[in-house]
Design a protein around this ligand. Structure first.
Ligand SMILES: NC(=O)c1ccc[n+]([C@@H]2O[C@H](COP(=O)([O-])OP(=O)(O)OC[C@H]3O[C@@H](n4cnc5c(N)ncnc54)[C@H](OP(=O)(O)O)[C@@H]3O)[C@@H](O)[C@H]2O)c1
Length: 247
């Protein structure tokens, strides 16, 4: 039996849907205690009913530093944090020159993730493992998603250096870059149904089986990176994209 996660404490942001929710679900199934953070309870409600003792929820926004301090305080009361997944993210369609759109996405996807790590850092166990979430697009272009991609590419670059800065403290920092994954983020782009179906069809042509990933497939890799099995992995950014970036 894999007892890696049994009784350990994990903090996951962006936990109310999609990939964050799948990470929480898998951590709970493996016996971890989870402190989940998001603005809405969302689909966490069903998980709370299944794991009333193991799952804790803290409401807040990663762009609000006071809310992050509230999260850290809550974590401190639960014990040392073994695993941290700053996953909260947004995607907005906007022209690449729209710096307001870039700034808005950077505040959540970049600064939000780094500030989550920074504020939680005093509460991390030694050793602890941190997995940030970037994107398969971080080295590619995608019309309308320049600001989103830039926010994630900067995050990936920052984490490589942070991994070096904190390795000596017993902290292991890595990233997972999900490929096209079936989550509500695609609907949040604001495209009409037929336009979204067109994008999905074009994206699907580059995936080995034509189907978007399911969030659980990303969560499995995140959990491996969190686990002791990945103890030799530092500052790496693993792409999980069904081959999108291969051609
Ligand atoms: N799905 C994909 O194809 C894909 C591909 C590459 C990378 N990613 C990345 O994967 C991560 C998870 O995205 P997803 O696909 O699972 O999307 P999702 O289903 O829309 O989930 C996003 C999560 O982030 C939370 N969130 C958004 N803004 C927040 C804020 N300001 N403060 C706190 N929480 C916030 C949302 O919860 P609330 O609204 O309740 O706050 C939600 O729980 C993101 O970083 C995304 O960029 C996704």
């Amino acid at each position: 039996m894999n007892t890696n996660f049994q009784g350990r404490l994990a903090v996951v942001t962006g936990a109310s849907s999609g990939i964050g929710l799948a990470v929480c679900d898998l951590l709970l199934q493996r016996g971890a205690r989870v402190l989940a953070f998001s603005r809405r309870l969302g689909a966490l409600e069903a998980l709370q009913a299944l794991h009333p003792e193991q799952l804790h929820w803290c409401a807040g926004d990663v762009t609000d530093i006071d809310a992050l301090h509230g999260l850290a305080e809550r974590a401190g009361r639960l014990g040392a944090v073994d695993y941290l997944v700053p996953n909260a993210g947004i995607a907005r369609l906007a022209p690449g020159c729209d710096m307001q759109a870039f700034e808005q996405q950077w505040q959540v996807n970049g600064a939000g993730a780094i500030n989550t790590f920074q504020v939680l850092r005093p509460h991390l166990a030694r050793p602890a493992s941190v997995v940030f979430i970037s994107t398969f697009l971080r080295q590619l272009g995608f019309a309308g998603l320049g600001g989103y991609i830039a926010s994630k590419a900067a995050l990936s670059a920052l984490v490589r250096s942070l991994a070096l800065e904190h390795a000596g403290d017993g902290l292991r920092l890595n990233l997972v870059s999900p490929g096209p994954t079936a989550t509500p983020i695609w609907n949040s782009l604001g495209l009409a149904d037929d336009a979204l179906a067109g994008v999905a069809s074009e994206v699907g042509k580059r995936l080995v089986d034509g189907e978007f990933l399911d969030p659980q497939a990303i969560a499995e890799v995140v959990l491996f990176q969190l686990s002791n099995g990945a103890r030799g992995v530092h500052g790496q950014d693993w792409v999980v994209d069904k081959g999108y970036t291969l051609q």
